[in-house]
Design a protein around this ligand. Structure first.
Ligand code: ADP
Ligand code: ADP
Length: 236
């Protein structure tokens, strides 16, 4: 079944007086299936990031709706969005780690916000660092890590509260090819071993070819093609 459904979803950013409005997402209807790795590709400015940010309501629709796990986001206020957001993790191109906190402290952060008691939190952090292969880095600060290690911390933090959906916005774009491979392998394990639905934004075709089951191609706010990765990329 579908875990995310865009129903004629639009996001229009208002103009700034001189410039006109921007239709970042323009009437998108699209299903993301539970348990898949779904890719979103397209040129810079095509609307990929805005589309994906509609899933966790970092951006709100200005038209149409987004349904996550059967819950229509359009009607929800901030308070009622909180549990929906808790079920969705996100990782970023620039990692967005807290420089002042240790690796363990970064992973623990969402658990602290969610009010987990210390002992349960520590056990969860230990388990997550083991899963991403960074147990021995628990006590160091992010500045001491490589890019690939930083993104592993980002993924561990995003998984802390056991989300059913992981959003990855250009998660490997700041990494070299070898490091990228390791992070893609980890995203595949997140999908296969934890059963998490993964949505990957990328401008790199290799990322789509290597891990995505299905892919949507965006252009000017619209989804212009959607299908199995091998079909979308097969040359007739
Ligand atoms: P992509 O991720 O494909 O590069 P984005 O979703 O970031 O595309 O952007 C799509 C369009 O929306 C672009 O024209 C961008 O400039 C515009 N846009 C994105 N965020 C904002 C914003 N907060 N305010 C105004 N325009 C925005
Ligand atoms: P920081 O200096 O980054 O704030 P803390 O030592 O205060 O780091 O730890 C932050 C959180 O990370 C703690 O609340 C704890 O839950 C968790 N934590 C810290 N060290 C470990 C560890 N070695 N193993 C598991 N969890 C840890």
């Amino acid at each position: 079944g579908s875990i995310v459904r865009f129903e004629g979803a639009s996001k229009v950013f208002p103009g700034n007086g001189r410039g006109g409005e921007v239709r970042a997402v323009d009437g998108v209807t699209l299903d993301i299936h539970e348990g898949e790795i779904f890719g979103v590709i397209g040129q810079s400015g095509a609307g990929k990031s805005t589309l994906v940010r509609l899933i966790n309501a970092l951006e709100r629709t200005t038209g149409g709706d987004v349904v996550v796990d059967g819950v229509s986001l359009g009607a929800l206020n901030e308070a009622r969005l909180r549990p929906v957001r808790a079920g969705i993790g996100m990782v970023f191109q620039q990692f967005n780690l807290l420089a002042s906190r240790t690796v363990a402290g970064n992973v623990a952060y969402p658990l602290e916000v969610a009010g987990w008691p210390r002992a349960r939190r520590d056990a969860r952090v230990t388990e997550l660092l083991d899963f991403v292969g960074l147990s021995e880095k628990a006590g160091v600060h992010p500045s001491a890590l490589s890019g690939g290690q930083k993104q592993r911390v980002g993924i561990a933090r995003a998984l802390a509260t056991n989300p059913r959906i992981l959003l990855a916005d250009e998660a490997t774009s700041a990494l070299d090819p070898e490091t990228t491979r390791g992070v893609l392998d980890l995203l595949q394990r997140v999908n296969r071993e934890l059963g998490v639905t993964v949505v990957v934004i990328t401008h790199e075709m290799d990322v789509v070819r290597s891990i995505c089951h299905r892919v949507a191609v965006m252009d000017s706010g619209r989804v212009v093609e959607v299908g199995e990765s091998y079909q979308v990329f097969s040359v007739p």
